[in-house]
Design a protein around this ligand. Structure first.
Ligand SMILES: [Zn+2]
Length: 568
C-alpha cells in the first residue's frame, strides 16, 4: 500500500464533513491490486480479461465500407460544422450559438432533441431510432479563455486580442459524431436495424462542470455503451485506468470588513489577506504532497481598489489526484488551510462552492479492442506538404529544434494500461464520471498538431484547417464503424458489461464528488462572453458565402514565418 492511501485516510474525515454526506465506498487497496511481478506475466484482471469479438462477416464488412464512403462523401458537411463551431469560440456554460447550431442540424436530420438537459441551458441530448442497444456518442464543445487565434497561421495572431478561442480543439468532436451518426442512421433506416443512437455535448469540460450532472440527471441510465471522442494528434484508443486525475474544483469565498486602507486600516479585516495566506500555505504544503497531485488556483475576487480594505475575496482551486478518495483528501486539506487562513486574519470563510468535479476515467477493454480493429482499417489521414508546413511552422515557433510535423503512423497495438505506481498525474476529463456508470471509451482523432502546450492559442491553429477536417473524417469513420459493431454484434455489448461489472466496478462503486445540494455553475464565463461576443459575432462563419472559414478570413494556407522564437 502506498503512503498516498494513509494520507487520504487521515484527511478524508475532513473532506466528508466539508462535502456533506458522501459515501466513500472505495476500499483503500483501490487500484493497486492484482498485478504480476515486473518482468513476469501481467496478471492484472483488466489485462487478463478475455475478449472474443467475432470477425466481420461479409455483411458487416460491406456495411463498414459503405459507412466509410458515406463519411468521405460528407466531408464538406463535416468541414462546415468544424469551421462554424470554431468561429463561435464559446466558453464553458455559454455554448449558446454552438448548441443552437448543432441541435438545428440534428433536428433537420430527424433526431429528437431535448434542450437544457440537467438544468444546463446549453446542454442537450439528441436521439434517433428505437429500442436496444442504445449507443451514445459524446464530445466536448467549449473553448479556452484568451486563446483566440487565426486558423492556418503558424504564429500568435489573434482575430480579437483577449477573446476566447478553440485552443483545445473542442470545435471538432461533436461535428465528427454528427457525421458518424448520420451515416449510421442512413444504413440502419435502409436495412431496418433496430437500436438507438444518442448524441450529447460535453458542456464546460474545461471547468469539469457538467458531465457529473448529466449522470445525476439520468442521461446514461438506458445507455449500453458510450463512444466519447477527444481531439489529439493520433488515431487511438485505450482501456483500463486512464492517466487522468480525478478533480474537485472549489471556490473559497472569504468575508472580511472594509475600512479606509490608510485612515483606519486597524478597523478593517482583509479578505484578500486570507486568500493570500491560503495560497502561500498551500504552496509550502505542496512540497510534502504526493507527486501525482496537481493543484492550481486563480484569484477571482481580489478586492476592488487599494484604498478600500477588501471586504470580500475569492480564490478558485483545482485539486487533482489519481483517484476519487485521494482527491477528496486533497480538497479536505485545502479546506483546512482555508479555515486556518480565516482564523489568522480574523475573517470568515463564507462558503465553499464546488464548481466542478470528475473521476479519473476507466475505459472499457472490450469496446476498445473492437474500436481498435476499426482504427487499423481506417488509418491515419494522408497529410500534404501544406499541412506539414503549418505543423512544422508552429513547432519551430515554439522553439522545437527538429520539428517533427504531423505523424502518419497508425497504432499497431492496443497497449496495456499503465500501472498505478507508474502514473504521474496530469489533466482530467469529466468523462471519468460517465465511464464509471456505463462502459465507455474515448477515441482520439488526429485534428491537432503534436508537441503543443495545450490550453493555448497554438492549439487553435489547426482547428479550422484541412488538418482538423481530415482528422474529423478519419475519426467519424471509426465512430461509425464501431457503432455498427455495437448494433450488429450483441456480444460486444454483453462482453463490455461483463468487463464493466466483473472487473472495473467489482470493488469500486461510483459516488458523485459533488454534494447532493450542488447545482451546475451555469453562470461560469458569462461575463467574459458578454464582453467579447459582440465583436466575435463579426467573425462567425458564413458557409453560404465562403467554402471554408480560411476563405472567409482571407488566410493563405498555410501562413508561417521563418523566425525561430521561443514562446513563453
Ligand atoms: Zn479537452
Amino acid at each position: 500500500m502506498r503512503p498516498r492511501y494513509h494520507f487520504a485516510r487521515h484527511l478524508r474525515t475532513g473532506a466528508v464533513a466539508a462535502l456533506g454526506a458522501l459515501a466513500v465506498l472505495i476500499p483503500n487497496r483501490s487500484f493497486a491490486q492484482g498485478r504480476g511481478g515486473r518482468g513476469g506475466p501481467d496478471t492484472r484482471p483488466e489485462v487478463t480479461f478475455p475478449v472474443n469479438i467475432p470477425t466481420d462477416d461479409a455483411r458487416i464488412t460491406a456495411l463498414k465500407k459503405e459507412a466509410m464512403r458515406m463519411v468521405d462523401s460528407m466531408s464538406t458537411f463535416s468541414q462546415q460544422m468544424v469551421d462554424m463551431v470554431f468561429s463561435f469560440g464559446e466558453l464553458g456554460m455559454q455554448e449558446e450559438e454552438t448548441s443552437k447550431y448543432l441541435t438545428g442540424i440534428l433536428e433537420k436530420n430527424g433526431f429528437k432533441v431535448t434542450h437544457g438537459f440537467a438544468g444546463v441551458p446549453t446542454a442537450w441530448v439528441a436521439t434517433w431510432g428505437s429500442g436496444k442497444p442504445v449507443i451514445s456518442l459524446g464530445s466536448d464543445v467549449d473553448d479556452i479563455p484568451q486563446a483566440n487565434q487565426k486558423p492556418g497561421v503558424g504564429y500568435k495572431d489573434p482575430m480579437i486580442t483577449g477573446a476566447p478561442g478553440h485552443g483545445e480543439g473542442h470545435n471538432s468532436g461533436v461535428p465528427m459524431n454528427i457525421t458518424a451518426a448520420i451515416a449510421v442512421k442512413k444504413i440502419m433506416e435502409r436495412d431496418h436495424i433496430p437500436g438507438t443512437i444518442q448524441l450529447w455535448p460535453g458542456i464546460a469540460e474545461e471547468q469539469m462542470a457538467a458531465k457529473a450532472y448529466f449522470v445525476r440527471a439520468g442521461m446514461f441510465k438506458d445507455v449500453d455503451a458510450v463512444l466519447f471522442a477527444h481531439v489529439g494528434s493520433d488515431l487511438g484508443v485505450s482501456y483500463g485506468q486512464s492517466g487522468q486525475n480525478a478533480l474537485i474544483s472549489a471556490r473559497f469565498n472569504f468575508l472580511g470588513s472594509s475600512a479606509h486602507a490608510a485612515g483606519a486600516p486597524w478597523a478593517g479585516r482583509s479578505a484578500l489577506d486570507a486568500v493570500e495566506l491560503m495560497d502561500v500555505a498551500w504552496n509550502f504544503r505542496r512540497e510534502h504532497l504526493p507527486l501525482t497531485q496537481r493543484s492550481h488556483y486563480v484569484i477571482t475576487d481580489g478586492g476592488d481598489q487599494p484604498n478600500v480594505v477588501p471586504p470580500t475575496a475569492s480564490v478558485w482551486y483545482f485539486f487533482r489526484e489519481l483517484n476519487s478518495p485521494d482527491v477528496q483528501g486533497l480538497f479536505a486539506l485545502g479546506d483546512t488551510i482555508a479555515r486556518a487562513a480565516a482564523m489568522m486574519t480574523s475573517t470568515k470563510l463564507g462558503s465553499v462552492d464546488i464548481l466542478g468535479s470528475g473521476w479519473s476515467g476507466h475505459f472499457n477493454k472490450v469496446i476498445a479492442e473492437d474500436m481498435f480493429e476499426n482504427i487499423k482499417q481506417v488509418g491515419m489521414p494522408k497529410w500534404d506538404d501544406k499541412d506539414q508546413t503549418l505543423a512544422k511552422g508552429i513547432q519551430r515557433e515554439l522553439g522545437q529544434k527538429n520539428p517533427r510535423g504531423l505523424s502518419e503512423r497508425t497504432m499497431t497495438e492496443l497497449a496495456a494500461p499503465q500501472r498505478t505506481e507508474d502514473m504521474r498525474g496530469g489533466g482530467s476529463d469529466d468523462i471519468g464520471d460517465v465511464s464509471w456508470n456505463v462502459p465507455t471509451v474515448t477515441l482520439r482523432y488526429p485534428s491537432n498538431i503534436p508537441g503543443l502546450p495545450g490550453h493555448n492559442w497554438a492549439n487553435a491553429i489547426s482547428m479550422a484547417t484541412p488538418i482538423a477536417h481530415k482528422g474529423v473524417t478519419a475519426g467519424a469513420k471509426v465512430q461509425a464503424m464501431t457503432v455498427l459493431d455495437l448494433m450488429l454484434k450483441p456480444t460486444v455489448v454483453t462482453q463490455a458489461w461483463d468487463y464493466f461489472k466483473n472487473v472495473q466496478t467489482k470493488d469500486i462503486k461510483y459516488f458523485p464528488l459533488m454534494r447532493p445540494t450542488d447545482q451546475p455553475a451555469i453562470w461560469l464565463n458569462k461575463a467574459i462572453m458578454d464582453k467579447y461576443r459582440p465583436e466575435m459575432r463579426k467573425y462567425y462563419y458564413d458557409p453560404t458565402k465562403y467554402k471554408t472559414y480560411l476563405d472567409q478570413l482571407g488566410i493563405k494556407y498555410p501562413t508561417v514565418r521563418d523566425t525561430t522564437k521561443t514562446v513563453p
